[in-house]
Design a protein. Sequence first.
Length: 341
Amino acid sequence: MKEKTPFISIIVPVYNVEKFLEQCIDSIVNQKYKNFEVILIDDGSTDNSGIICDKYSEKYSYIRVFHKNNSGLGLTRNYGMEHASGEYVMFVDSDDFLGPMCLKKLIAPLIQGKYDTVIGGYTRIDDTGKISLRKNYKPNSFFGKEVKENVMEKMLGNSPKKNDSIKMSVWNNLYSLELIKRNKLHFVSERKYISEDIVWDLDYFQYSESVKIVSSAEYYYRFNPDSLSHKYWPNKFELYVVLYSYLLKKVKQNNLSEDSINRLKKQFFINVRSSISQEKNNGFYKGLNTIRKICKNSMLKEAIQSYPIDKLDKKQRIFLKLIQKRMALILLLIFKLGLEK
């Protein structure tokens, strides 16, 4: 019997990444699995990224290039899906790259059975290519209601007691294009919700009926300190509050468990920590006033009050207690002196 070889659309949004772009595209071209198309979308790059994209499309017939005005990562992925013709879509960030067996390992379950989604792990690297983390998930299959309980909920974050989340990213996954189109799914702008990936995952997995998790870390994710989640943003905390509020509504609409709400809150606290941490690089009084405002936020206060703090480790408990008691000065000094580590 002839082996099934699903056709994959690999969508790569491109914006000012001339330093890493050739490595990214070469890694896709050199995949052991060959039944795919590549959709490169130049999102208004001002460097040589667009020229590099054109060079590859002239060389390889299965690479298509689109040039458009800048709109951000989420909306550019939507543009790519509009032009995709595969049974499944895969998203690759243009400063990342794939190991040669990446697609083959993701495709393997689809040859043996039918799944609408496949999830793989990842390897985190720095700008020099040095590995800082390798995340292999335990292989598993989930069907029907199990998808919400074992995939959707775990993408919200870790439980209070342990680190058991599935990273809320869209790369190194295969998504059913038919499911996407049938339910009119699309990415929101990261300029509005700061993390478009988790919003997408919640939207997508409410319709997913069959998920296969594979043990593969063949996706090399480049940690970028200049990305939205790592650089200084004056309104970072406000954006995280908007995201948390939106996700909380989604969780309740999908009738997810109390555990999922606690997972969401724990991730919210991590984002709050990131928002406070960035103030160590701000002027002293400006940073102090910002942290005071964060401590007074009613949504944050409610989240801490209704969370099982006693199940957290000591440092996490102290951090939340300092927020509850509005100890802004102590919080600022902790981060300025590097005592949070």
